[in-house]
Structures are given as C-alpha cells and as structure tokens.
Design a binder for this molecule. Structure first.
Ligand SMILES: [Zn+2]
Length: 48
C-alpha cells in the first residue's frame, strides 16, 4: 500500500472553538477563535 503524506497541504483542517463552538475550516493554523478569541481545537476528521 502507498502511504500518503500525513499532512497534505491541499487538505483543509477543521477547528472548533471550545467556547462558542464556532467552526473554522482552513489550511492554515488557527489558534484563536475569530468570533470570541477563545482557544481553537483541531477537530479534523481522522482518516481510517
Ligand atoms: Zn469562539
């Protein structure tokens, strides 16, 4: 089997705010919520 890059640059990641549950989908790193400034949690769907 061929293993793909664990962090493909073209795949957006999904971040969820721990405070207001705002969800941001981006291929960039998101540390703080754009809505409330709270901490973001990476909730990208794990593959297999
Ligand atoms: Zn928030």
């Amino acid at each position: 089997m061929v293993r793909s890059d664990p962090y493909p640059r073209s795949t957006p990641r999904r971040f969820e705010c721990r405070s207001c549950l705002e969800v941001v989908v981006t291929d960039e790193r998101v540390a703080t919520c754009p809505e409330c400034g709270g901490r973001m949690k990476n909730v990208s769907v794990p593959r297999e």
